[in-house]
Design a protein around this ligand. Structure first.
Ligand code: FES
Ligand SMILES: [Fe+2]
Length: 456
């Protein structure tokens, strides 16, 4: 096995453009996983839920990260607060997660009452009732019996928390992702479905299975009949993004709204859209599928691909507008920069488009480096008041869309493979998988371990 420890690590973002090797410890070591709680999860901004999940005062959700748990509650029309989900009396978790659920969620709360001895807390986190309070001889005053507050902010329609009271603002943290994603108006989208599962791999293995397009040719070969699209991955400070090289004459199409390649782009586009809807149920909407199916009636045979693309997108945009769904306009030059998906450090991926998005996240499970909670959610734009009510649905691997099952098959096998004595570290493609190198470079700054090393 190569001795990586002697090689100095990557020192600059530019070095990520060169081949690197990532030591396997970050994925498989119990000590590394234990250290993550203190050095990583308690330091970073974490996406903890959607604003629309708590529309009214007194509505709340919980969010767990390892042993830590947070209550996020709407405390007013324009005000959201977050508290450590633990009773300051003797440490009972204040709000329990119902069995089999991803998190707790409730409406119209006036207060939170601990189930052990009844200490009661207002929406402002202040203690409002202690049974036999006089027994403490006045010593619980001055906030000692209040809930501990947690930093919370919002961006993109999500609620973000940070367990570190000393952390900088969310807006600085998200830079430049927030700026490049702003034109997509992600806060207007609502979930079509949300699924989660406890999976047999490290959370990084799960995130990385979706953070690059290099795997598509082999893992999802059925997509290749629709054409070869070469993808890039870029470091963006703490974050990274991925996208596709612009195809000549199809600059308008440099996002995810892809034409099928083939003899007749009218037909292959429809086939690709129907295939995607059925087998992935991501990255498209019924409006786009239907507009693709109409292409053969609306355009003559022999229409060049660029025109098919333009017509398809215009026709879908018009169909949505007719039902009150207005897509934002994003210039092709911006799409080329923003790409198709962002990896928000450390564990959230946003796959954005003008009318839908696909998001993934993964968190540790039970302190075990070989397990994670994996989540995926698909969002789109709905007419006012018509968004479906969705819940996080625990979904067994075999019940996920087939394309995702193909990714799952890699995830558990990577986790096993990386423990093999013969494995010398991950060697991500410097162009197509730079997102993987970027993640570990950024992780190493928090963890003081696991730096990618130059491969040459
Ligand atoms: S632990 Fe909460 S009231 Fe006793
Ligand atoms: Fe995949």
């Amino acid at each position: 096995m190569n001795d990586l420890s002697a090689t100095p690590g990557v020192k600059s973002a530019e070095q990520l453009e060169r081949p690197v090797v990532i030591p396997p410890e970050a994925y498989i070591s119990k000590d590394y996983a234990a250290a993550e709680q203190e050095k990583l999860w308690r330091k970073v901004w974490l996406q903890a839920g959607r604003i629309e999940d708590i529309p009214e005062t007194g509505d709340f959700i919980t969010y767990d990260i390892g042993p830590d748990s947070v209550i996020i509650v709407r405390t007013g029309e324009d005000q959201i607060s977050a508290y450590h989900n633990v009773c300051p009396h003797r440490g009972r978790r204040l709000v329990d997660t119902p069995a089999g659920k991803r998190n707790a969620r409730g409406n119209n709360r006036k207060n939170f009452i601990c189930g052990y001895h009844g200490w009661t807390f207002g929406l402002d986190g202040k203690n409002a009732y202690i049974d036999q309070e006089a027994d403490w001889q006045g010593c619980l005053e001055g906030g000692k019996s209040d809930l501990g507050s947690v930093k919370v902010d919002s961006w993109g329609g999500w609620l973000w928390i940070n367990l570190d009271p000393e952390s900088g603002p969310l807006s600085d943290y998200l830079d430049p992702a927030s700026e490049l994603l702003a034109p997509y108006e992600l806060h207007n989208m609502r979930p079509r479905w949300r699924k989660w599962i406890v999976f047999d791999c490290n959370w990084k293995v799960a995130m990385e299975a979706f953070a690059e397009t290099y795997h598509v040719a082999t893992t999802h070969p059925e997509f290749m009949v629709f054409g070869q699209f070469r993808g890039w991955a870029r470091n963006q400070g703490r974050h990274s993004n991925i996208g596709y090289d612009t195809v000549k004459d199809l600059e308008e199409d440099s996002g995810k709204l892809r034409l099928g390649a083939g003899e007749d782009p009218r037909l292959t586009t429809a086939e690709m859209q129907e295939f995607t809807w059925k087998n992935a149920n991501t990255n498209t909407t019924m409006t786009l599928v239907n507009a693709a199916k109409r292409l053969k009636d609306e355009l003559p045979e022999g229409t060049p691909a660029a025109e098919v693309s333009k017509h398809w997108i215009q026709s879908a945009r018009a169909a949505d507008e007719a039902r009150g769904v207005v897509w934002p306009v994003v210039a092709p030059a911006h799409t080329a920069k923003a790409g198709t998906a962002w990896q928000i450090f450390p564990n959230f991926q946003i796959g954005q488009a003008v009318n839908n998005m696909l998001c993934y996240s993964a968190r540790p499970y039970g302190g075990d480096p070989d397990k994670c909670i994996f989540e995926a959610a698909v969002y789109e734009l709905y007419p006012e008041g018509e968004a479906p009510e969705t819940e996080w649905e625990y979904t067994k691997a075999e019940d996920w869309p087939p394309v995702l099952q193909q990714d799952f098959a890699n995830m558990a096998a990577v986790q096993q493979g990386m423990k093999n004595v013969g494995f010398t570290g991950a060697k991500p493609n410097p162009y197509m998988e730079r997102s993987v190198a970027s993640l570990h470079w950024n992780l190493s700054k928090y963890m003081n371990a696991g730096e990618p090393k130059p491969l040459d």
